[in-house]
Ligand binder design. Sequence first.
Ligand SMILES: NC(=O)c1ccc[n+]([C@@H]2O[C@H](COP(=O)([O-])OP(=O)(O)OC[C@H]3O[C@@H](n4cnc5c(N)ncnc54)[C@H](OP(=O)(O)O)[C@@H]3O)[C@@H](O)[C@H]2O)c1
Length: 289
Amino acid sequence: MSGYKNFAVVGAGLIGKFIIDELLKEKAAGKVDTVVVLTRSAGGKDALAEKGAKPIVVDYSSSTSLQSALHGIDVVISTIDGRAIGVQEPLSDAAKAVGVKLFVPSEFAGDTINRAEEVPAYAPKNELRKHLEQIGLPWAAFFTGPFSDWILHQAFLGFDIDNGKVEVSGTGDGVVSWTSRIDIARYVVYATTVLPPSKLHNRVFKIQGERTSLNKVLAQYQVRTGKKVDITYLPLEEVEAKAKAGDVKSVIQLLFQLYGEYGTDEEMNVDWPDFNPQTGVDAILSYKA
Ligand SMILES: NC(=O)c1ccc[n+]([C@@H]2O[C@H](COP(=O)([O-])OP(=O)(O)OC[C@H]3O[C@@H](n4cnc5c(N)ncnc54)[C@H](OP(=O)(O)O)[C@@H]3O)[C@@H](O)[C@H]2O)c1
């Protein structure tokens, strides 16, 4: 067992709310003592408090505010918005100052170490890991691939499966590992509560719900639902040019064709043989907006 019983989750958004729910299940089972949620505003947090979490309003620019919120915490799990990951450096400094034992950075995507130079959003995540090592605060990072329950329902990314229209960059045969948010949350909570520090500290956890391609998933979806999906294949060079110019939609579409792999099949889910995650198509069908 990790021995860690006091957790702070930073942000309760797209992935954070699932991790909080899993921690609260462990709290109800008596295996976790505290689930603090760091937020910029108390508004809308009543439901979390009713479920047993403790929302604390913080000012990310104040080390006093952060240290006070993290007092007595063993593990910080950051799920901060990808556009605000710069706050993790002062946050980790505050965590170190009050004796936090493990920092889980806001990752939850692809290989931010080996792909840091190719994918612009990955570089700051890699830098943060170096900062954590410099200050001597152990980290554990979770590579998960795209959120399989969520991503194909996002029309703004060209993935409008609910209206039967999906854009695919390149051939659609690129290999991608992806995982649903509930399975990511289950794995993060399993690792941070069950594994001993020797298996947890300064480790990358490569997890996947399924290893597949967009073409295969779209074919399975059509068989399972009986609904036709119109697939538009975009030439890879065009998507790459737009991605280089900073178009977020193109950057994310490229993840499926070029950067979907972050290890071999044998390297995935190795710390939890009984993980038993959802397949991609099951995750898509389980989505609730
Ligand atoms: N693999 C995928 O498909 C995928 C998809 C999306 C995201 N991600 C990754 O997952 C991680 C978490 O992303 P997310 O989408 O779960 O986060 P999110 O829902 O966009 O945001 C999480 C929380 O961050 C807090 N926050 C603090 N400072 C902020 C600021 N300046 N601007 C905006 N929000 C701020 C907000 O909480 P308060 O308002 O309560 O302070 C917000 O609820 C990121 O690293 C992201 O890159 C992966």
